[in-house]
Ligand binder design. Structure first.
Ligand code: SAH
Ligand code: ZN
Ligand code: ZN
Ligand code: ZN
Ligand code: ZN
Length: 421
């Protein structure tokens, strides 16, 4: 899909040079597309690019994959193979071609219903950054949205949540439906065009064209009072600005899907992201608030929940729903603050001066009268720097500040003045 327009800035310069680069890959090694905004591209280069793109399309279309799946489930267990190298379900005629590849045999229906367990996670930090929810967190999210009355989930980059919903939906008395939007095309082997759209959340691009866009639009129509919520868990290295722009387009789709009664309403959203992006997210979505719930992952050693371990997940839920409605599990130590009217983590203490529960990381924070705010327990007030910071720091360093606006506290990549221009 479309590239994004970036700006190269150098210290002290007001205006940087603008260029286009790939929206999905944040590493030039994964995609080396680069073009200055004002660059003239020759016919030969354009042709070479098109040629390159043609050669890098998936070998099978979504439709073909759906047909293959239908044939695959008709096979007896003994003939159901999954090639681990190609990450592909194999039909008997193809065994020969994959004969020197590692494969799994006897793929059960249960395995087909949990593709996120079958496929290996694409952990490449700069592109896919596939970190799967721990079962407990996934179950919590699902129960929460059911309790809130939602019956449809737009799962944007949340294959495991989608899969949990899909496999429950095949049981009786479970009326929740989900549509997965994800850039990982491997999922097209397991889901129909009504269950999965190949989608890029950094530029709101539907690879399946108008038909896929229509599938999404239809899904967002709330028939018979089936309320919709969008749940998203983007790669943490992703640009908040690009994500926010795509999410606003999905919200607009929702708003247009039904003309009546939605004039001032927003599509309900759970945006799962680390707490240190709070101010960035609020820049784009002032109606959002951050919940204290710590989201845990299976394949992320750092983000595993543990009462004894020091490692706590920094990942939170940002939502435009009323915070008091988001009930967090008491058995995990969360409790309700009647002043703030929201559930908070056990270590979070209501600060009388800030008049809010100020901890972001679950530890008890302390109030600094000079900074006029609560800070991390490990920080102290440095009179040199005129702010609270770690005991061990070199005072000069903090003076450098941001290259763009000169202010301390953020790097140029996160400079708020850039996002506004
Ligand atoms: N915790 C989630 C997975 C989050 S990992 C779960 O367990 O369901 C991030 C997800 O976003 C992955 O599924 C990845 O394939 C997807 N993703 C990464 N880049 C994307 C992009 N540009 N557009 C859409 N999805 C993307
Ligand atoms: Zn409080
Ligand atoms: Zn305080
Ligand atoms: Zn201070
Ligand atoms: Zn200092």
């Amino acid at each position: 899909g479309p590239a994004l327009l970036f700006v190269k800035t150098s210290q002290g310069k007001e205006e940087g040079r603008r260029f286009y680069a790939c929206s999905a890959c944040r590493d030039r090694k994964d995609c080396n597309f680069f073009q200055w905004e004002d660059e003239k591209v020759s016919e030969t280069r354009l042709a070479a690019r098109e040629e390159y793109n043609r050669n890098h399309q998936p070998s099978l279309t979504h439709r073909q994959n759906v047909d293959r799946y239908k044939n695959f489930v008709l096979l007896p267990l003994s003939k159901r193979r999954f090639c681990q190298e190609c990450q592909q379900l194999l039909l008997p005629a193809e065994w020969e071609k994959h004969s020197d590849h590692q494969f799994l045999c006897g793929i059960t229906t249960a395995q087909l219903k949990s593709p996120s367990q079958l496929l290996y996670p694409l952990e490449n930090k700069k592109t896919n950054a596939q970190y799967l929810f721990a079962d407990r967190s996934c179950q919590f999210l699902l129960n929460l949205l059911i309790d809130l009355g939602f019956r449809r989930v737009l799962s944007v980059g949340t294959p495991r949540l989608h899969e949990m919903i899909q496999s429950k939906a095949s049981q009786e008395e479970f009326s929740v439906r989900s549509l997965l939007l994800d850039i990982d095309f491997r999922y097209s082997q397991f889901y129909t065009e009504d269950e999965f759209c190949h989608y890029n959340m950094f530029n709101h691009h539907f690879f399946g064209g108008e038909a896929a866009r229509e599938t999404c639009r239809k899904f967002l129509c709330e028939e018979n009072g089936e309320r919709v919520i969008m749940v998203t868990d983007p790669p943490f290295g992703g640009l908040v600005e690009a994500l926010a722009s795509s999410f606003k387009k999905l919200m607009a789709m929702w708003r247009e899907a039904e003309k009546e009664g939605r004039d001032n309403k927003e599509m309900p959203i759970f945006w799962i992201f680390p707490y240190f992006f709070e101010s960035r997210i609020l820049d784009f979505f002032p109606s959002f608030s951050m919940m204290d719930y710590q989201v845990d992952y299976d394949n992320h050693a750092l983000y595993k929940h543990g009462k004894t371990g020091r490692r706590q997940s920094p990942v939170r839920i940002f939502t435009n729903l009323t915070p008091s409605m988001i009930v967090l599990p008491e058995e995990e130590g969360y409790r309700f603050c009647t002043v703030c009217q929201r559930y908070i983590s056990s270590g979070n203490q209501h600060c009388e001066i800030c008049n809010s529960c100020t901890s972001k990381d679950g530890r008890r924070w302390k109030h600094c009268v000079l900074c006029k705010k609560c800070v991390k327990p490990s920080w102290f007030h440095c009179n040199n720097c005129n702010c609270c910071t770690l005991q061990k720091h070199s005072c000069e360093k903090t003076e450098v500040g941001c290259f763009v606006c000169g202010k301390a506290g953020h790097k140029r990549s996160a400079c708020p003045s850039l996002s506004r221009s």
